[in-house]
Design a protein around this ligand. Structure first.
Ligand SMILES: [Zn+2]
Length: 222
């Protein structure tokens, strides 16, 4: 991202404390677009600016993620009310961000639409998800310290009824009887993952995308 992409940031978002979040999300968008994970205005990203009260900076709907500028964000509260916008609207998927944003230790939520996530989410849909185990790269997920770890990636059916999908994801997050969830897939759609801050969330996207590629290539070799 060049500095000129965010010209006007001071005028449009005068609260200086929000600038790093805007710039960080624009940089993530440029990177994910370049890697083919956020093409065609797909995906959405957010940073939690405050927990009490809930203040979430979210990419606005339908924006080119390769060239996010200061007009391309909205600031919302826990009820999805837009507190600030430069003309953009939140995506319907805002609810999938808000359920995570209000949880402890989550400071950023990232959602991508990569080819690997899309394909794997379809191939494994009938099992409701898939295990990833035995890979050194799993150690890139926060809290995992050994390649012997086993991570279950749940797959939720795709729907345009995002509030009901958000309820299903929230119920899964609250369950104590299922394996810990580091991220999840929506069938034929994409990946959601998160982190304590934007850097950790970006690392989790990279780790999952790497592992999805590996799993797909392994299947193709069989
Ligand atoms: Zn999406």
């Amino acid at each position: 991202m060049s500095d000129t992409d965010l010209l006007g940031i001071e005028h449009r978002w005068p609260e200086r404390a929000k600038w790093p979040a805007l710039q960080g999300l624009a940089a993530a968008g440029e990177d994910f677009y370049r890697r083919g994970w956020s093409l065609g205005t797909s995906s959405n990203y957010s940073v939690v600016l405050s927990k009490t009260p809930t203040r979430v900076l979210l990419t606005a709907s339908g924006k080119d993620k390769g060239h996010l500028g200061s007009d391309d964000f909205v600031l919302v509260d826990e009820a999805g009310k837009v507190l600030r916008s430069e003309g953009g609207k939140p995506s319907a998927e805002m609810w999938l961000h808000l359920i995570l944003a209000q949880r402890e230790n989550i400071g950023a939520i990232l959602h991508t639409h990569s080819p690997s996530a899309t394909l794997l989410s379809d191939l494994c849909a009938s099992d409701g998800g898939f295990w990833i185990e035995g890979y050194e790269m799993l150690k890139g997920l926060s809290g995992i310290t050994t390649h012997e770890a086993k991570v279950w990636v749940p797959i939720f059916p795709n729907t345009q009824d995002i509030p009901s999908l958000a309820n299903a994801v929230e119920a899964r997050l609250n369950t104590t009887t299922e394996p810990k969830m580091y991220g999840y897939l929506i069938r034929n759609h994409g990946l959601y993952t998160w982190g304590k801050d934007l850097a950790e969330a970006r690392r989790h996207i990279e780790v999952f995308e790497f592992l999805f590629d590996v799993l797909l290539r392994k299947r193709a070799l069989k």
